[in-house]
Write a new protein. Structure first.
Length: 374
């Protein structure tokens, strides 16, 4: 049996293991959260370690506001305003209360079946805190939780779920803010020897997606441009509020690399908004090709966004991966905006990021921007 076929069979066995091992109660909870309108993301990743990793995540946020009652208002106006706010706040809270009840019930039921459980709640004077964690593992040495309700350090096949929630007053006002974060991790043994791991083959992958892209580029108004964005070490730009709209941080020895140095190159593609059907078809093809590729190449590191849709309104990575030993990375990025559909096929040495107005920029070098002619 040749090496490629063997690796494909190993990948398929890992998928079979996933179907058998994933906790159905946690998946039912995630499906319920999605039905209630919460976005549940699902990523599949394969690093240099011994496992293929799934992660499901959801954010539960809500703000309840108090009416600003003016002394000049009549008593009837005040009561009407208070009743309006009460109705709005009730509807806002109803969804998150139902979600909290479902999460609480699921973690409590699974607690007795888990290898390790942590269930903590604190409620006093309108302040609420919840911290839950569950761990399922066949080997006590394969998992280490340094602090309850934090990301587990997975050293082998295991499954874990974490939920953190806090409700309290916002900025010393009567208004309340609620923030909840849910994560579910599943690490499956991939049975690929360490010396069989290879960098992601972005050249081969790019060739696979080109036929679909070339077909889309035949649409009237569809365009593509080369990308050149450079951000040298020492040039300081506020990532959140400055010229960048997206930034991927890199880590060394579990510490975030603070230098923003990086050179990003590649190609930017655009499809006008009127071609929604064609754009959706292209996205589905890209998603299918990406999934088939990563499943067929368990020897290559990657992170694949299983839950991403063509309507994504932020430049999320459908796929990203390390393509060389010196940490050069590749990313396939998709964005849906009012004017149409934007796709980026990028390579980055150093830190990968995307400048604001990237769709109009010919080049960006340390804050010096050259815009394309319209």
């Amino acid at each position: 049996m040749n090496r490629v076929l063997l690796l494909i069979l190993l990948a398929l066995s890992a998928l079979t293991a996933y179907c058998q091992e994933v906790n159905e109660h946690l998946r039912n909870l995630e499906n319920y959260l999605q039905q209630q309108g919460y976005r549940v993301s699902h990523t599949l990743s394969n690093g240099s370690g011994s496992t293929i990793n799934h992660q499901w995540s959801a954010i539960l946020n809500v703000v309840t506001l108090s009416p600003n009652v003016d002394d000049s208002m009549s008593e009837q106006q005040k009561q009407s305003l208070v009743q309006t706010y009460d109705s709005i706040n009730f509807l806002r809270r109803q969804k998150i209360v139902s979600a909290l009840d479902s999460i609480r019930l699921t973690f409590a039921r699974l607690g007795e079946k888990s290898s390790e459980t942590y269930l903590y709640e604190y409620h006093k004077n309108g302040v609420d805190t919840i911290k839950y964690s569950l761990v399922f593992t066949k080997n006590d040495d394969s998992l280490k939780i340094e602090h309850p309700a934090k990301h587990p350090l997975m050293n082998g096949p295991c499954e874990a779920a974490i939920f953190n929630y806090h409700r309290g007053h916002m900025d010393d006002t009567p208004d309340y803010i609620e923030n909840g974060s849910y994560s579910h991790f599943l690490a499956i043994e991939k049975n690929i020897p360490h010396d069989s791991m290879r960098p992601f083959d972005a050249v081969t992958f790019s060739k696979l997606i080109q036929p679909s892209i070339k077909k889309a580029l035949k649409l009237k108004g569809a365009k593509f441009y080369p990308v050149y964005w450079r951000h040298d070490d020492g040039f300081d730009d506020d990532v959140e509020h400055g010229l960048m709209t997206k930034c991927t941080y890199y880590f060394a020895n579990n510490e975030r690399v603070t230098s923003h140095a990086g050179l990003t190159t590649g190609t930017y593609y655009f499809i006008p908004a009127q071609y929604e059907v064609e754009a959706e078809q292209l996205f589905k093809q890209l998603k299918s090709i990406s999934y088939d590729y990563v499943i067929s190449h368990p020897e290559q590191p990657y992170r694949y966004n299983c839950s991403m849709t063509y309507k994504n309104s932020y430049p999320w990575n459908l796929l990203d991966a390390t393509v060389s030993k010196d940490s050069e990375v590749y990313a396939l990025i998709w964005l849906c905006a009012d004017d149409g559909y934007h796709m980026l096929s990028l390579f980055a040495k150093g830190e990968m990021w995307i400048p604001k107005d990237f769709a109009k920029i010919k080049s960006y070098i340390n804050g010096d921007i050259i815009y394309r002619d319209k």
